[in-house]
Ligand binder design. Structure first.
Ligand code: AHR
Length: 322
């Protein structure tokens, strides 16, 4: 730190190149791959950036190391997509002490002092969960399905995407009298999703809904359901619900293998760039910005859902959506 660091920081920005250190969660899902690509193509040399990209392989300790490296390298901005919400206070204080602005992207951090990061942009995961569950309620009513026995495959425990989507389901289950017959993490991966579904099917013969917290878990769950000799889809044994709407996820929503897919938009590169441009211009960006996200379904039984007095349109997946 100290005077030398300031001097070299000034030198860094005088050539017009902005150095961004991005600590990425990992490569656990199609969503994550799309997110990494969005960041890499936005923060390219051609656009006037130097991107230092670190893949933490879903381990927070790797992210702590990456951030400390970014501080040592005196980057202009630190961008953090946190694995889980807690445990960031110390390292973010170090970044603050070094005078490096921090942008949180995708998932949120839970810190005692909000000034430890400058701003956040990402999905509203609780709202995503609520949208999915209000859709399920309306769909079950429309179809006359009286009893819901739900297998719940969670994301990485402690990640905002897991916390919000789980809260959405648990609150709806309580409110509507649904049974959550099994609940376990699939770590947001296809392999774990399949493994978890396999064991849930062995222990429960009455599952008629599986609520997967992302598309890759749904891909694995569908494989496990089919391997167990059961069927998915509107007329099948089990309704598969999912989040993300990655390309393969939307394609499966078009066939009904996934009955309802709530969007989580991964294209955060341009959004983060806008925040950086604001800060470069000396403006203070909005502290917390949520991205607008849709609900995509196989059928057209439900046209919209309402949450806290706000209506959200439901889109039936057709060739045009793909
Ligand atoms: O934080 C976003 C979530 O992380 C996505 O839903 C999931 O696919 C990814 O791994």
């Amino acid at each position: 730190g100290g005077a030398d660091a300031e001097a070299s920081n000034e030198g860094g920005s005088s050539d017009g190149v902005i150095t961004v250190g991005f600590s990425q969660v990992g490569a656990e899902s199609d969503w994550r791959t799309a997110n990494s690509e969005s960041m890499k193509s936005t923060f390219s040399e051609a656009n006037g950036y130097k991107l230092i990209f670190d893949d933490a392989q879903q381990k927070q300790e790797n992210q702590l190391t990456a951030i400390r490296n970014f501080i040592n390298q005196e980057v202009d901005y630190i961008v953090l997509a946190p694995t889980t919400e807690t445990g960031w206070d110390t390292v973010l204080q170090e970044a603050k002490d070094a005078g490096i602005p921090v942008i949180i992207v995708d998932r949120m951090v839970d810190v005692s002092d909000d000034s430890l990061y400058n701003c956040y942009v990402g999905g509203n995961f609780k709202l995503e969960g609520q949208k999915a569950c209000e859709w399920l309620k309306a769909y079950a009513d429309a179809k006359g399905i009286n009893e819901l026995n739900i297998a719940h495959i969670q994301g990485t425990i402690g990640a905002s995407a897991q916390i919000g989507r789980t809260e959405g389901l648990e609150e709806a289950a309580e409110k509507y009298g649904w049974n959550i017959v099994a609940q376990q993490s699939g770590e947001f991966t296809q392999a774990k999703g399949q493994e978890v579904m396999e064991s849930m099917l062995k222990q429960n013969d009455n599952i008629n809904v599986v609520y997967c917290e992302n598309d890759n878990e749904a891909f694995g769950a569908i494989d496990a359901i089919k391997a167990a000799g059961k069927t998915v889809g509107p007329d099948g044994d089990i309704l598969v619900m999912s989040f993300d709407t990655v390309k393969a996820g939307i394609e499966m929503t078009m066939t009904g293998d996934i009955i309802c897919n709530t969007e989580c938009n991964p294209l955060h590169g341009p959004r983060v760039e806008e925040l950086i441009k604001k800060m470069e211009a000396g403006e203070e960006p909005e502290k917390i910005a949520y991205v607008d996200e849709g609900i995509f379904t196989f059928g057209d039984e439900v046209a919209s859902v309402s949450i806290d007095g706000q209506d959200y349109e439901v889109t039936k997946v057709t060739q045009e959506v793909i």
